[in-house]
Design a protein around this ligand. Structure first.
Ligand SMILES: [Zn+2]
Length: 338
């Protein structure tokens, strides 16, 4: 469970080094205690990881020797303080492993009229059909590429499209105004049954920056169905990860090598229904700052999803930055940014 007193890296790390080093991106094949190639400088037999006294110790004939902190610093190109901070942020949240079995809850309804649902479904279809696949160099590509170091063509999803020129509307005091036209990332949120639940929009500039408005991320129109997500990839076996944002979900795939879906927002995270066949769910939660009522919406939503999933017999592992206000996307790309 989450502790109110963050643990120090020196207390967290002992006994956990193989896990930590794998989590920062070192292939576990390097950590098998046999002589082999070095994760930093290559070769074939110059490196071994012996984890002496559970201190994560290693030796490379070229890079030198040291403990797990030293290995993290060399591999991640960071100083001790950055390595320690990374461990505290990553593990301070504590991963949890529990197992129980209860019947899933039905999806709630929003009390929409049948006419309104038909109208909103038509809105989804119209916008989706006015968009087209993302290609290298277009504003959506630039945006994802800017936000996620290492984003590549193989990661493009057919659930993400681009609209070249989408009008942006803002409603202030009951008056709706069109403020401009922008390229937009258009994403399909699939309901648990695989049908379209809603369309998500992220308004951008031609250069792949966020458009200059307060609220550049919007869903389109509800049809009263909940529990869905943007399915960026197919799950691998019985493992699935979820994050709120598309950007964070991509970072999870790139840096954690886990198939990850985006629930879009806190409401989507809270209500997400884990598909049949998934046995292990990784939740990558945003540890947001409390609002003026003291509510940490992202954190609370992840806790709700954790609870509902455990009730279905799913094994849940949760990652959240320890400090409120720290962003999961920043934490994931932190290593690559140095
Ligand atoms: Zn080396």
């Amino acid at each position: 469970m989450h502790s109110t007193v963050p643990m120090k890296a020196r207390d967290i790390a002992p006994g956990r080094w193989p896990l930590i080093l794998a989590d920062v991106g070192i292939d576990p094949a390097f950590l098998d205690k046999k002589e082999g190639p070095c994760p930093m400088c290559g070769g074939s037999t110059r490196f071994f990881f012996d984890n002496k006294d559970q201190k994560g110790t290693f030796c490379c004939r070229y890079c030198g020797a040291g403990d797990g902190f030293k290995l993290m610093q060399l591999f991640g190109n960071m100083d001790f303080a950055q390595a320690a901070r990374w461990i505290e942020d990553w593990y301070g949240g504590q991963s949890v492993e529990v197992r129980t079995r209860v019947v899933p809850r039905p999806v709630e309804s929003d009390g929409l009229t049948p006419e309104k649902i038909i109208l909103n479904k038509a809105k989804h279809k119209t916008l989706w059909e006015a968009s087209h696949p993302v290609v290298e160099g277009d504003p959506v590509w630039k945006y994802l590429h800017n936000r996620i170091p290492g984003f590549n063509r193989g990661m493009l999803s057919n659930m993400i499209r681009i609209h070249p020129n989408l009008p942006y509307y803002q409603t202030t005091a009951g008056v709706t105004k069109k403020l401009g036209h922008h390229p937009a990332m258009i994403s399909m949120i699939l309901a648990p049954d695989g049908s379209c639940q809603d369309i998500h929009r992220t308004y951008l500039t031609e250069n792949g920056e966020k458009a200059p408005y307060d609220d550049v991320k919007k869903t389109l129109a509800t049809i009263g169905v909940k529990g869905g997500a943007i399915r960026l990839v197919k799950p691998i076996g019985n493992v699935l990860a979820v994050a709120e944002g598309i950007e964070t979900a991509y970072a999870v795939m790139l840096f954690k090598n886990l198939p990850c879906w985006a629930t879009v927002n806190t409401s989507g995270m809270k209500n997400f229904i884990v598909p049949e066949g998934i046995k292990y769910l990784y939740i990558f939660a945003d540890n947001d700052l409390p609002n003026r009522y003291g509510v940490r919406a992202g954190f609370d939503a992840a806790q709700k999803l954790k609870k509902s999933s455990i009730e279905k017999g799913i094994i849940v592992k949760e990652h959240a930055p320890t400090r409120a206000g720290n962003d999961m996307l920043d934490l994931l790309v932190g290593l690559k940014r140095n």
